[in-house]
Design a protein around this ligand. Structure first.
Ligand code: UTP
Length: 291
């Protein structure tokens, strides 16, 4: 019988230096895409994939996130009293998407260190990691695409895309062998490689499905690129021993940790927004004539 994955981790404790100065006051995971913070889209994606319990790793502004995923008695009353039932229902739906838990990372020692904090939350079952600043819009949630690969090949799975050389050196590079359609076997990987050391242009973008064996490996992972404990360095051990599956996922990804990603995500979703989409489209059509 196919396995289910019901737990997810969202690391959202990075310093977000690429988004300074705003990141000093607002974590990049709380930056809006139109009218919702980035982290809201991640929780929605996980919930759509069958996740019931989500742990968000934070380092500050935990309260703002906690409030966002809670019921608001004041808003609820005000909206229902003024006939804005649909908006009140929408707000309630956000709070009901999943059980959302919070944990402080305490020290910003890297993505691997953040994930390692989740050991007791995860227990002894497979889980997803959704990188807090990677937003992906897709027909089928990327987590579901990873789950299908996990159930087919029985190995932890990573979401990948081919990226240009200038990004491979900033992300990571995977050693892959084609299995079928959009699936690849991964036997090695390297974080932020100098270009002459890249295996391929496939990089992990924002979604992984891991098994609990990763926690012992993380505990023994020394700081790597940038002096941080890298999740890639721990996954590399898994890839080299039992192998992983890479899914060249269907979906459009936006890096909310970078100014361009933030801007393009807002434009992409802005034109689709039921309230403002049409007016925004008209504005854009006129505006591009001036460019
Ligand atoms: P990034 O490397 O993109 O985040 O980590 P960063 O360090 O905040 O980025 P810059 O380079 O300073 O702009 C990917 C994800 O891992 C989280 C981040 O919040 C982001 O969602 N992260 C990173 C942690 O939770 N803890 C860390 O120590 C580092």
């Amino acid at each position: 019988m196919d396995k289910k994955v019901i737990k997810a981790i969202i690391p959202a404790a990075g310093l977000g230096t690429r988004m300074l100065p705003i990141a000093r006051a607002v974590p990049k995971e709380m930056l809006p895409i139109v009218d919702r913070p980035a982290v809201s889209y991640l929780v929605e994606e996980a919930a759509k994939s069958g996740v019931t319990d989500i742990l968000i790793i934070t380092n500050r502004d935990k309260d703002a996130m906690e409030d966002y995923f809670d019921y608001s008695v004041e808003y609820n009353k005000k909206l229902r009293d003024t006939g804005k039932e649909a908006l009140a229902d929408d707000m309630k739906k956000i709070a009901d998407m999943a059980n959302v838990y919070f944990l402080r990372q305490k020290e910003t020692k890297g993505l691997g260190h953040a994930v390692a904090r989740a050991r007791s939350f995860v227990g002894n079952e497979p889980f997803y990691v959704l990188y807090g600043d990677d937003i992906i819009f897709s027909e089928t949630p990327v987590c579901t695409q990873l789950l299908d690969a996990y159930n087919k090949y029985g190995k932890p799975a990573v979401g990948v895309k081919a990226v240009p050389d200038e990004l491979v050196v900033k992300y990571c590079s995977l050693k892959t062998k084609h299995l079928e359609s959009n699936l690849y076997e991964v036997s090695d990987m390297i974080e932020k490689p100098p270009i002459e050391k890249k295996f391929s242009n496939y990089s992990i973008l924002g979604r992984v499905l891991l098994t609990p064996e990763i926690f012992d490996i993380l505990d023994n992972t020394a700081p790597g690129a940038g002096g941080e404990i890298q999740l890639t360095d721990a996954m590399k051990v898994v890839a080299q021993s039992s192998g992983m599956t890479a899914v060249d996922f269907e979906g459009e990804r936006f890096d909310m940790g970078a100014k361009l990603g933030f801007l393009t995500a807002n434009v992409k979703l802005g034109v689709k927004h039921p309230e403002t989409g049409e007016a925004f489209k008209e504005f854009l059509k006129e505006f591009v004539k001036e460019l």
